[in-house]
Design a protein around this ligand. Structure first.
Ligand code: ATP
Ligand code: MG
Length: 330
């Protein structure tokens, strides 16, 4: 089976298809230390349950933040993905490229405790590229950037190997927070996380002249009433763009460490984007203009990691060499 347990969503590959794809989220009653809902059911109830219900994200910045919750969630996700229960399935899991050895250990332990017979880890950008390459042994260099919810992975890949790269602790959820902040501070509009995410997905970091949109807010002058406020898309986009600075500099630093032999390939092929946040409006053009590189996005970017993992599973022989070291350790 395949696994992509991200900061915002968990995807499981089973029976040659995506068999589970739900938010990595639990609704917990802290007094009784009991999970009430998980996945979609928990997400649907965000902000709609009793005050003491805690919305818990077991994964943060791409790594396990709450071990017990992760084990619980994984058990549920693996069970939901299987039409026929397999005893001790072996997992191939996409992970951030700079996952520390302690974080990797935690994921392996959690998977075993959740019923897996073993687990192989593969950097998510490598999986995303394998999902779309004709020939995984391709010796030419590729620059692959996965922009997720909690982290962004930047990597240069050639001949099945990660040559250089880094995990940047910035993702779409940080941009949502910025949207929430700019709406409140600059316009006096208070909104929940879901509405802020909608603004982010609508405005993004696009180039605007003087396009405006309207929102209702508590009227600051007449107590109790509402009024409409006009909001400049350009101002919002420029605010959100500041949040992407670490991403731009992370890519530039990675390119500086890249062996010159691979430059030509990268300039010819351009930058390949994956991850849900690669859908941010304007991101592609901002990257293109800043880096002077052609930028393409993989189809279905939030599923590209699991599709690559699926391909690894169906043609495991072809990728065996890559996992040799991990097999020796297991
Ligand atoms: N159309 C869109 N425009 C902008 N952002 C989007 C869009 N669709 C999804 N996102 C964002 O993509 C993020 C989820 O991406 P993805 O599914 O790749 O994350 P993840 O794998 O769970 O997280 P990570 O890899 O960081 O652990 C969320 O922050 C979400 O708001
Ligand atoms: Mg991810």
């Amino acid at each position: 089976m395949g696994l992509d347990m991200g900061t915002s969503k968990t995807v499981v590959w089973a029976g040659k298809r995506v068999a589970y794809n739900e938010p990595t989220l639990l609704a917990v009653n802290p007094q009784r230390n009991r999970a009430l809902y998980w996945g979609k059911a928990a997400a649907e109830r965000t902000g709609k349950m009793k005050q003491d219900t805690e919305m818990l994200r077991p994964v943060r910045r791409g790594a396990i933040a709450d071990y017990a919750a992760t084990v619980f969630y994984l058990k549920k996700a693996l069970a939901a993905a299987q039409r026929f229960r397999v005893l001790k399935p072996v997992l191939v899991a996409g992970v951030p490229i700079q996952l520390s050895s302690v974080e990797a250990r935690a994921l392996c332990d959690a998977a075993r405790e959740a019923g897996a017979g073993g687990i192989f880890l593969v950097p998510c950008t490598l999986a995303a590229l394998w999902g779309c390459l004709e020939d995984p042994e391709d010796p030419t260099g590729s620059l692959v950037v996965d922009v997720g919810a909690g982290v962004t992975d930047v990597s240069v890949i050639a001949s099945n190997q990660l040559i250089v790269g880094r995990t940047i602790p910035i993702g779409g959820d940080d941009i949502t927070l910025l949207a929430e902040r700019v709406m409140e501070v600059s316009y006096g509009v208070r909104m929940g996380r879901i509405e802020a995410a909608a603004v982010k997905m609508d405005v993004g970091v696009g180039y605007y002249q003087d396009e405006m949109f309207e929102k209702r807010r508590n009227d600051p002058d007449h107590k109790g009433g509402f009024n409409n406020v006009r909001i400049s898309k350009r101002q919002v986009a420029e605010f959100l763009l500041q949040g992407l600075e670490p991403l731009f500099s992370g890519i530039i630093n990675t390119l500086e460490e890249t062996p010159p032999e691979l430059f030509e390939d990268i300039f010819r092929k351009g930058l390949i984007l994956s991850g849900g946040s690669s859908l941010l409006p304007g991101l592609r053009r901002r990257l293109q203009d800043r880096l002077n590189l052609n930028v393409t996005r993989l189809p279905e970017p939030s599923l590209s990691v699991i599709q690559g993992v699926g391909r690894i599973i169906t043609r495991f022989g072809q990728f065996r060499e890559y996992f040799d070291e991990q097999m020796a350790m297991a």
